[in-house]
Design a protein around this ligand. Structure first.
Ligand code: CA
Length: 246
């Protein structure tokens, strides 16, 4: 399941850790550096703001309880500035209170971890957030996709193959959208789950396979020998745009 994560170099992504407790700051730094992320540290919100302008990190791990400016204040400040409005934030807190969680997410944190947390869990959350933000940043989201016999209108949810309307469920359509908007790129099941099913519970990687099968049945000429939506064994699926064009 994690084959893609190992193959894809994650290096180059820069993460700012804002935490006043040196032990936790070092722990977070060490574990992210192990995953080849570039890590920078700030012990308070003021320093974080200064570093942000210069370093332009891809994600912030932000402690809620900081001396001076609190994590929530910093979070709010970041969301108000256009240049950091979409900057992914993973919030850390010592309090397990539901209100903190809600307030943190309302103020725009992307995810939330309660101390004490396992470093593995922290790294997994960071990866998931970065993956999501990468996909959202994928350019070329035109309203209408048209290649060869395949025509998709993303605004009206209409799909046609060779001029014939195709009926898809909403999930099948969303799955097709993600595949088409990331052409020729292998997407693993976790990425597809993240993107199409979001935070929904009771879905498993198996759900992806079932929907892929239905989608193939709906749009492929021969769903037993798919040409457009390809299986990449042990990894996931890939939309072959060249095959659609020829
Ligand atoms: Ca703290």
């Amino acid at each position: 399941m994690n084959v893609l994560n190992h193959l894809t170099p994650v290096s180059g992504k820069k993460i700012l850790v804002v935490e006043d407790e040196p032990d936790i700051r070092k722990l977070v730094h060490y574990n992210l550096a192990q995953e080849k992320y570039q890590v920078i540290e700030a012990e308070d919100g003021e320093k974080a703001l200064r570093l942000l302008q210069r370093e332009k990190p891809d994600l912030i791990v932000l402690d809620l309880l900081l001396p001076g400016m609190s994590g929530l204040e910093l979070c709010r400040a970041l969301r108000e500035r256009p240049e950091t409005a979409n900057l992914p934030i993973l919030m850390l807190t010592a309090k397990a209170g539901e209100t903190d969680r809600v307030v943190g997410l309302e103020l725009g944190a992307d995810d939330y971890l309660t101390k004490p947390f396992s470093p593995r869990e922290m790294v997994a959350r960071v990866k998931a957030i970065l993956r999501r933000s990468e996909m959202q940043a994928t350019p070329a989201k035109e309203e209408v996709y048209e290649r060869g016999p395949l025509k998709i209108n993303f605004a009206t949810y209409e799909v046609q193959v060779k001029g014939k309307p195709i009926r898809l469920t909403l999930k099948e359509f969303e799955l097709l959208r993600v595949l088409v908007q990331n052409p020729n790129r292998v997407l693993n099941r976790d990425q597809l789950l993240d993107r199409v099913w979001g935070g929904e519970t009771f879905v498993t990687p198996r759900t992806v396979d079932v929907h892929i099968r239905r989608l193939r049945k709906a749009i492929e000429k021969n769903d037993r020998k798919p040409m457009w939506i390809l299986t990449v064994r042990g990894v996931g699926y890939k939309f072959d745009e060249n095959a659609v064009e020829t």
